[in-house]
Design a protein around this ligand. Structure first.
Ligand code: AMP
Ligand code: MG
Length: 493
């Protein structure tokens, strides 16, 4: 292979710190080449993070690397082992069944690990084929970009490499590989794995690795492992508030999909709320609604308890662990309260606001009003008069129900010191105009299946600045078409 043209990644400074952990943490193995790969998408901002531009990714050698058909010089590919709770039930050993960690690359934002998703079987593939389909790869790529654009912690996506190689799901689809990036792909389940197997030496090695690399302040605490749990709990609580604030539903909040860094991780059957329904279930496979929109914060907390249990052999202090978990509720409530006030354009927080907020959710639920457009249009509400024809009001079939709530909202706004214009600007900065609605991803997927990849990048570009009005892309902010309600996303990916 050495006589081949270099890939764009060969010149990067690699430091494979996860691969430097003991051999038990995974299995070293190269990805399985994808036949005749081509570039489907490449993200300019993600490339820039690595000090690359997308033109460098478009050469044959680099595409081969993005597809798992070439291993960049300096990379040390491996699949990591982990376990986890799936849908509340202990699932035992899982692991990177279709992910290959290539290694870490030095960037301006610190060491970033590069991982290929869908590049073939590993010892952890169980019944799976180690592959991902184009459809789910486009969804992961777009949502990584969208969440980052929204300012929500997330793994990033650099590229999608496609191939005509068939992959069998409910029907025959084609294979694709996403290159994703994060400071770490360690999950809650990475810790659960060692505790469940009574491997406390490895548990400690992993915890020390995570503390030293990502939570250095915990090292100085009296009980560093308790401090680690406290810090992860806090980040997770904040992440839940950020998801709720934009109507993001993850779909599969199993402990193996929970990032130890509080990142949104593993995009599968996710969805953004269209019409508001607190009980919305985005994952068609989740028949009980365990991971419904309204339950996400409670599940996030439950998952932190699983992490606590995994860390117990190190923390060795039940009260200490409880103390580390305890703030979840208050951190989440505080973050949620702050964010809902900001979404409503309220700078002050008054005791009576809760009734206004409860009334708003009840109104949205009853009317199934569009969650994203409601807040975006609310910024333009005429504070002085309740004249008809206002855009936010038009989201409600029973306009008088909105009018009744708006009376309270208007009188509450009257107590704010800020000017109407300042409020409008502030509200637009926190209420996105564009989110990755299922039907938008679906349109990009349908076109990609016809070899038209331009829509992926166009949509990604809009989603990168979701708080900015982009008049030429107005249709991306439209209400979903009626066919959108027929779309089903499931764990099959
Ligand atoms: P997920 O629900 O996508 O987070 O995946 C749960 C587990 O199943 C992880 O260990 C994945 O690596 C594994 N997995 C999912 N899909 C596949 C596949 N097509 N081939 C191999 N392993 C898979
Ligand atoms: Mg997963």
């Amino acid at each position: 292979m050495l006589d081949e043209a270099p890939t764009a990644f060969d010149a990067l400074t690699w430091r494979n710190r996860f691969a430097a952990l003991p051999a038990a943490f995974g299995t070293r193995l190269a990805p399985t080449p994808l036949s005749a790969p081509y570039l489907v998408a490449a993200s300019a901002p993600s490339a820039a993070l690595l000090g690359l531009d997308t033109a460098q990714l478009a050469g044959a050698a680099s595409i081969a690397a993005l597809a798992g058909s070439r291993v960049p010089r300096g990379a040390q590919p491996m699949a990591a082992v982990y376990s986890g709770h799936q849908f509340g039930i202990w699932a035992g050993q899982l692991g990177d069944g279709r992910a290959h960690l290539l290694g870490g690359v030095e960037t301006a934002e610190g060491l970033i690990e590069l991982q290929l998703k869908g590049a073939g079987k590993t010892p952890y593939s169980r019944m799976g084929d180690g592959r991902a389909v184009l459809r789910s790869s486009i969804r992961e790529y777009l949502c990584s970009e969208a969440m980052h654009g929204l300012g929500i912690p997330t793994t990033r996506a650099l590229s999608i490499a496609g191939s005509d190689q068939p992959v069998i799901r409910e029907s025959v689809e084609t294979a694709a590989v996403v290159l994703r990036m994060a400071p770490s792909f360690v999950r809650f389940g990475s810790f659960e794995h060692w505790t469940a197997n009574n491997r406390f030496d490895e548990l400690k090695i992993l915890a020390d690795y995570v503390i030293d690399a990502f939570y250095p302040a915990a090292r100085d605490a009296k009980n560093p492992y308790q401090a680690l749990l406290a810090a992860v709990t806090e980040r997770t609580a904040r992440l839940m508030a950020q998801w709720q604030a934009v109507g993001f539903c993850h779909g599969v909040m199993n402990t193996d999909n929970m990032s130890i860094l509080g990142l949104t991780l593993d995009y599968g059957p996710f969805g953004f709320l269209d019409g508001f329904d607190a009980n919305h279930i985005c994952n068609h496979t989740d028949q009980q609604g365990r991971y419904s929109y309204a339950r996400q914060p409670a599940v996030g907390r439950w998952n932190c308890y699983c992490l606590a249990e995994a860390l117990m052999p190190l923390i060795d202090d039940v009260e200490g662990a409880e103390g580390a978990l305890e703030p979840f509720k208050s951190v989440f409530s505080e973050a949620m309260d702050a964010t809902v006030h900001a979404k409503l354009g309220l700078v002050d927080r008054l005791p009576a606001d809760q009734a206004l907020i409860d009334g708003m959710y009840a109104l949205l639920q009853e009317a199934r009003a569009d969650f994203t457009l409601f807040f975006r249009r609310l910024a333009d509400l005429d504070v002085e008069s309740a004249r008809p024809g206002q855009a936010v009001r038009d989201l409600f079939l029973e306009r008088e129900r909105f009018d009744a709530w708006a009376v309270d909202y208007r009188s509450r706004l009257a107590r704010e010191a800020e000017s109407a214009e300042a409020r409008r600007v502030a509200m637009r900065a926190v209420n996105p105009r564009y989110v990755l609605r299922n039907h938008l991803a679906e349109e990009a997927i349908v076109r990609a299946r016809q070899q038209d990849y331009a829509e992926i990048e166009r949509l990604a570009q809009v989603l990168r600045t979701p708080y900015v009005d982009q008049p030429e892309f107005d249709h991306y902010a439209d209400l979903p078409p009626t066919w959108a309600s027929e779309l089903e996303v499931s764990c099959s990916s």
